[in-house]
Design a protein around this ligand. Structure first.
Ligand SMILES: [Zn+2]
Length: 202
């Protein structure tokens, strides 16, 4: 097997190790692994009770995200499966991926956040609906603050008194997570945390 990112041949694991620890089988080589920079930040927000981010947005991560999201290389969904599983294993709260707008999902062919969770075999609830196709990066701070909520909750969902963990690929200004947390809390959710793969500079 070769590294999904640089094609270098992966060191093969002894078969007993594969049998005992199949969960730890990596899809990328050690060089590529080391090129990603851990950050492990926990932040608070006025609406999101805690945001945990795992990696910085360095050049290798930028390339990874480009290949996964924009070049639609769905095999890359599993690259950070172990890290996500480790981060989420201790929590028994309900995992909710930040969704794409349905139109965007057709263009991109898959919902990348859901694919990451599926590849990591992390159970999740598809609770939110994205209502518009606006792109946050194209907005000024004033425009972002004045926006109507980007999300709604799927009809018939009961979120009262429950605790949720939102999952997104990248945390930049926090607007997306704040909108998602707001809609859940307004419907009665008790606590909303978030875990993002990447923390970008504001
Ligand atoms: Zn590699």
């Amino acid at each position: 097997m070769n590294c999904l990112l640089c094609e270098q041949k992966l060191a093969s694991s002894p078969s007993w190790q594969l049998l005992l620890a199949i969960e730890n089988t990596s899809l990328i080589c050690e060089d590529c692994s080391k090129s990603f920079e851990r950050v492990d930040i926990k932040e608070e927000d006025d609406v999101v009770d805690q945001v945990t981010s795992i990696y910085t947005y360095n050049e290798p991560m930028r390339e990874y995200l480009h290949q996964f999201k924009f070049l639609q290389d769905v095999a890359l969904a599993g690259v950070f499966a172990n890290e996500l599983r480790t981060e989420l294993a201790r929590k028994d709260d309900i995992i909710v991926p930040i969704p794409m707008h349905p139109q965007k999902k057709i263009e991109r062919t898959f919902a990348h956040v859901e694919e990451m969770l599926t590849a990591a075999r992390i159970p999740f609830e598809d609770l939110l609906i994205k209502k518009n196709t606006e792109v946050m990066g194209e907005k000024t701070r004033e425009e972002r603050l004045a926006m109507r909520n980007l999300f709604s909750i799927k009809p018939g969902s009961d979120v009262k008194n429950k605790t949720y963990i939102l999952i997104d690929d990248i945390y930049t200004t926090g607007t997306t997570l704040r909108h998602a947390a707001t809609v859940l809390k307004e419907a009665g959710a008790e606590r909303v945390e978030a875990v993002t793969l990447i923390r970008a500079e504001r």
